[in-house]
Design a protein around this ligand. Structure first.
Ligand SMILES: Cc1cc2nc3c(=O)[nH]c(=O)nc-3n(C[C@H](O)[C@H](O)[C@H](O)COP(=O)(O)OP(=O)(O)OC[C@H]3O[C@@H](n4cnc5c(N)ncnc54)[C@H](O)[C@@H]3O)c2cc1C
Length: 376
């Protein structure tokens, strides 16, 4: 997509996100202004084909848009990411029982999210422990989902559940309206970062039409791996990139603008500080290049694409931890006392690592793949 088109759509989103990010973080409130702007911008359909009402954007566009939103407000970016990740399996396997759902998600009329993680299987999202019972065209299951971003705000929840009979990864995905009886978000969200995310536990005690299933029976695992994971990993990595970039830029601004009056020098006159700033910039620059390499690989898959998808999130999550930590150090007490936005980037960046597939799991998967072992 033309960069100018993206910039025009992004501008009001970034303005609303940046203008409210500090308050969203302080109050732990949903970033309504920015999410409303997103819903109005058309960017909810960024990665949906134009024929289905989307913008037909590429993985490269996702990297740029998601990282820009994250640099303005991490909470908004993660809400946006979960929407994109919920939309893509709907695009690949539209549910018969929800005609028009993809267009509604692409237009922003319906905000989506994922409910994969369960209390019983923790971060191993590919193995839900909730199991369906099926009768006469309907499906019933009860699930204790441990985290659902936008739990009280999303319109559509893409949820997993095991098929009635089968092994631990034989699942289905369902697109379930949040207003469905039997869906109860848990208590209020509180976290050290991404404080506007509304990421709450959710209990589902539902009986729903079988037509809300995405794809054919038993296709859940395939959809998770092929329709969700590439976009989620690249998007999550882009959130990390945005947070790291914002921290690096913020550190340069602080170091060049803060002076030792008695010496007539700025922080940036110290060689150790300059070297830290250089490391931060080189790492974020390398990360951006790598994510575009992964994006290109998704557009023209080859035998390294799977590895790159695995690596992208782990590498980006770790880079964000390192760079935001350096920024805290360079900016000293000014960052620690929350006078800058650096501590927010630092706290927000912690989430990427623990979001499933966690960075440690991805390293293990990558190691399995290059040593010829099955991933699951
Ligand atoms: C802000 C935020 C928003 C979220 N939003 C959503 C959402 O919208 N939908 C959703 O489904 N989930 C969501 N999650 C949940 C997330 O995807 C994980 O399931 C959750 O963070 C896992 O936490 P846990 O304590 O259960 O991890 P645990 O599984 O207990 O992991 C603890 C540690 O063990 C490590 N570990 C576990 N298994 C292995 C392994 N096989 N090899 C190596 N190390 C391993 C992990 O890397 C981690 O470091 C969200 C999480 C956060 C933080």
């Amino acid at each position: 997509m033309a960069p100018r088109v993206i910039q025009e759509r992004l501008a009001p989103v970034l303005e609303a996100a940046a203008g409210n990010a500090a308050d969203v973080d302080r109050a732990g409130r949903f970033p309504r202004e920015a999410v409303d702007a997103l819903r109005d911008s058309g960017l909810c359909g960024l990665t949906v084909p134009e024929a289905e009402g989307g913008l037909g954007g590429s993985p490269h566009d996702l990297v740029e848009v998601m990282s820009s939103v994250a640099a303005a407000c991490g909470s908004t970016a993660m809400i946006y990411l979960m929407h994109v990740a919920a939309t893509m399996p709907v695009a690949v396997a539209p549910p018969d029982g929800h005609p028009g759902l993809l267009r509604e998600m692409a237009s922003g009329a319906k905000l989506g999210t994922l409910a994969f993680s369960e209390r019983g299987s923790r971060s191993h999202f590919w193995a839900p422990v909730s199991r369906q019972a099926q009768t006469n065209g309907s499906v019933a299951f009860s699930a204790t989902k441990s985290w659902v971003t936008s739990a009280g705000e999303a319109d559509i929840i893409v949820s997993s559940a095991l098929v009635p009979e089968g092994g631990p990864i034989d699942s289905d995905l369902f697109a379930i309206p949040r207003a469905t009886p039997g869906i109860e978000p848990g208590g209020p969200w509180t976290g050290m970062g991404l404080r506007g995310n509304d990421s709450r536990p959710m209990s589902l005690e539902v009986e729903i039409p079988a037509g809300w299933r995405l794809g054919s029976p038993g296709e859940g695992f395939r959809l998770m791996m092929e329709a969700v994971l590439p976009w989620f990993n690249l998007g999550n990595a882009s959130v990390s990139l945005g947070l790291a970039t914002a921290a690096a830029d913020g550190a340069v601004k602080h170091a060049t603008g803060s002076s030792f009056q008695h010496l007539g020098e700025s922080l940036a006159d110290l060689p150790t500080i300059r070297a830290q700033l250089a490391r931060m910039h080189i790492r974020t620059d390398a990360l951006r290049s790598y994510l575009h390499e992964v994006a290109g690989s998704l557009m023209q898959p080859d035998d390294r694409t799977q590895l790159r998808v695995l690596a992208s999130k782990a590498y980006a999550n770790d880079t964000a931890l390192e760079v935001t930590d350096m920024a805290m150090r360079v900016c000293g007490g000014a960052a620690f006392s929350q006078h800058l936005a650096i501590d927010r980037f630092f706290r927000d960046a912690r989430a990427g690592h623990v979001m499933a597939p966690t960075a440690d799991v991805l390293y293990d998967f990558y190691g399995k793949a290059i040593t010829g072992r099955p991933l699951f």
